[in-house]
Design a protein around this ligand. Structure first.
Ligand code: CA
Length: 424
């Protein structure tokens, strides 16, 4: 049986040793080469493979895919075919890129289907139907609880019984490379007697991963922890931008609103759960035992190394955080089971962010709020300046990769430059 995750596979397309996109990865994205209409592609080394061109050449005939399924500005219709079909296609692509592929295939692909990454502009991979943000890292929840409430009683009573979350805004999710303006808004300093309006003074990133669903369910339908993985196609890196000063003032009693909905940035490649299978790992022991509908069997955490850096014009980038997706307390099958336990329906292209992924060590904390401890411990930068939050002109870069047995499955990066506020 051909296994596209086999560490021994080699591609005839040259893949640099430090590439995020070896033949074992084959993530899906939407790209434009500036000439043809946006379409679906697969990343291989330093190229994007044009899936529409392959379908046109008859290479997927056996899979009986709908006509022009890849000649679309989103992957939604393709992902709606389901995890099994998408997995089959990934396997076919792997065979075509394998060094053992037929000469005829190699010739056709080299001539017609490979676009260098520096020519391809990556676009949003999916039309985001709905966006939910969880709060599933215990270290993050404890850090925030200690800062704003009581260090001895940092977790709220519900936290270990359910994956806390809220509904975010889908319209302002943007792809890596899209600059964002510093938001303006209302805030109130603790010692001020009234609120004021102006640019956020506490703009922050949140290091997260988001999973994407590939099925439309009916209202009233539930997804169990056992079934959940079949409805999840893959993951992207997710930067849930947050304006802390706006958040502090507005969030009571209903939760985040304008402090979060001005923008969230994602990496352009959807790395499939199929490709991540070798990186499954144990999660933390859950104590107290969760209610039955949140119990799960098997391993549903993933060992994915995460990194955040800050750079600016004339300043080298500095890595400020190194964390790991495996640190989450609640995993994605629990999150999806909880999300649907009340009968809430899900859609193809929904995005479910993990919540800020902080680890136990200070260096692994996934936001400036924690790294600079509410502004009290400034971080030194390579040019001698310091940061407590993100400044105008800063470029925040997140990277993610899983590595094992000589195989590296990477996500590429999500990079965002922060611009000054739009004048009123
Ligand atoms: Ca968040």
């Amino acid at each position: 049986m051909y296994n596209p995750n086999d560490a021994h596979l080699k591609s005839w397309v040259k893949v640099p040793a430090d590439s995020d996109f070896p033949i074992q990865n084959l993530p899906f994205g939407i790209f434009s080469d500036g000439k043809k209409s946006p379409r679906a592609g697969v990343a291989i080394g330093e190229y994007v493979l044009d899936l529409h061109q392959l379908q046109k050449g008859g290479y997927f005939d056996e899979l009986k895919l709908p006509d022009k399924i890849f000649k679309q500005p989103s992957l939604n219709a393709f992902f709606a075919l389901g995890r099994k079909k998408v997995g089959k296609l990934r396997k076919e692509v792997s065979k075509m890129l394998n060094e053992a592929a037929e000469n005829r295939t190699i010739k056709y692909i080299s001539k017609k289907c490979l676009i260098p990454v520096d020519v391809a502009e990556m676009l949003m991979p999916v039309a985001v139907a709905n966006y939910t943000d969880f709060y599933s890292s215990e270290d993050h929840a404890r850090n925030v609880g200690s800062m704003f409430r009581d260090p001895d009683n940092a977790l709220l009573p519900n936290w270990k019984h359910l994956p806390v979350g809220y509904h975010g805004r889908a319209s302002s999710i943007v792809v890596s490379g899209t600059p964002l303006h510093r938001p303006m808004g209302q805030s109130k300093a603790p010692d001020a007697d009234k609120p004021s309006f102006g640019p956020s003074q506490r703009l922050d990133f949140e290091l997260e991963m988001a999973f994407i669903t590939c099925r439309n369910t009916l209202l009233g339908e539930r997804i169990s922890t056992k079934e959940a993985e079949n409805d999840i196609i893959g993951l992207v890196l997710f930067n849930d931008w947050s304006a802390r000063d706006l958040q502090t003032w507005e969030y009571v009693p209903l939760g985040p609103f304008l402090a979060k909905n001005f923008g969230s940035s994602i990496s352009p490649w959807v790395v499939t759960l199929d490709a991540l299978k070798p990186f499954k790992t144990e999660g933390p022991k859950q104590e107290p035992e969760p209610l039955d509908y949140l119990k799960y069997e098997g391993r549903h955490h993933y060992d994915i190394q995460l990194e955040v850096s800050i750079a600016a014009a004339g300043m080298d980038e500095k890595v400020v955080c190194q964390s790991n997706y495996k640190y989450l307390y609640w995993n994605m099958v629990q999150q999806l089971a909880h999300h649907t336990i009340n009968g809430c329906n899900i859609c193809v292209g929904d995005m479910y962010a993990s919540g800020t992924i902080s680890g136990p060590e200070k260096e692994s904390w996934g936001s400036m709020l924690e790294l600079a401890w509410k502004g009290t411990k400034p971080i030194e930068m390579p040019d001698g300046s310091t940061r407590t939050f993100i400044e105008d002109g800063d470029i925040v870069r997140m990277r993610a990769r899983a590595e094992k047995g000589g195989v590296r499955i990477g996500f590429g990066e999500v990079v965002t430059e922060i611009l000054p506020p739009v004048a009123i």
